[in-house]
Ligand binder design. Structure first.
Ligand code: AR6
Length: 196
């Protein structure tokens, strides 16, 4: 039997779901070379702090330019929806911008909106024929979603998506800080157990 403990935190955790690889790693998502990286944006799509600020900074002005065109065309992006742009100067092929819910205690549709943010991002990646995608921990920074609850929704939504037939062959959760990494690693272990 395989065992994990708090000391394995420098190790990456990888499982196979159907024909896809699902991993949890620590790092900066702006360095990922996957076909898409996901941005935890806000409805205005004009940039912000956290991972949104880091992505616009690393990718350069081409991203904001496309975001402006999208907002001019379709208006603000509601929570739970996703759109795709260039990744500008980053190694990734595209940025998928999604908006997670702001945490208001959990009874205002937050779990459904968070699941939708992951699902719509995956759907958009598949529709764009992409095969690899990296996610940050959506909503658990400025938006205040409790990380343990968010990790369960994030991972369950991705596992369920990968269980169907899809072009997506690799999903990586790129987590910035130790506490978030630990929450996702423990939850993934809990969900997948020894199935991996
Ligand atoms: N790579 C990976 N994860 C990161 C990075 C990075 N470079 N930088 C931060 N994180 P947040 P939210 C982690 O606040 O809660 C913005 O201002 C961070 O440690 O970025 O969805 C937007 O414009 C945390 O674990 O996103 C919105 O207004 C996670 O990313 C609002 O914040 C999410 O934290 C969205 O809030």
């Amino acid at each position: 039997m395989t065992e994990r403990g708090v000391n394995d935190m420098t190790d990456n955790l990888t499982y196979t779901v159907k024909q896809a690889k699902l991993s949890v790693v620590q790092g900066d998502i702006t360095h990922q070379a996957t076909d898409a990286i996901v941005n935890a944006a806000n409805s205005g799509l004009m940039g912000g702090g956290g991972v949104d600020g880091a992505i616009h900074h690393a990718g350069g002005p081409a991203i904001l330019e496309e975001c402006k065109q999208i907002v001019a065309r379709q208006g603000r992006l509601p929570a739970g929806q996703a759109v795709i742009t260039t990744a500008g100067n980053m190694k990734a092929g595209h940025v998928i911008h999604t908006v997670g819910p702001i945490w208001h205690g959990g009874s205002q549709g937050e779990p459904e909106l968070l699941a939708s943010a992951y699902r719509e991002s995956l759907k958009l990646a598949a529709e764009s024929n992409l095969s690899s995608i990296s996610f940050p921990s959506i909503s658990t920074g400025a938006y205040g979603y409790p990380v343990d609850k968010a990790a369960r929704i994030a991972l369950k939504t991705v596992v369920s998506f990968l269980s169907k037939t899809t072009s997506i062959k690799e999903v990586i959760f790129v987590l910035f800080d130790n506490r978030t990494l630990e929450a996702y690693a423990d939850t993934l272990w809990d969900i997948m157990g020894e199935k991996g």
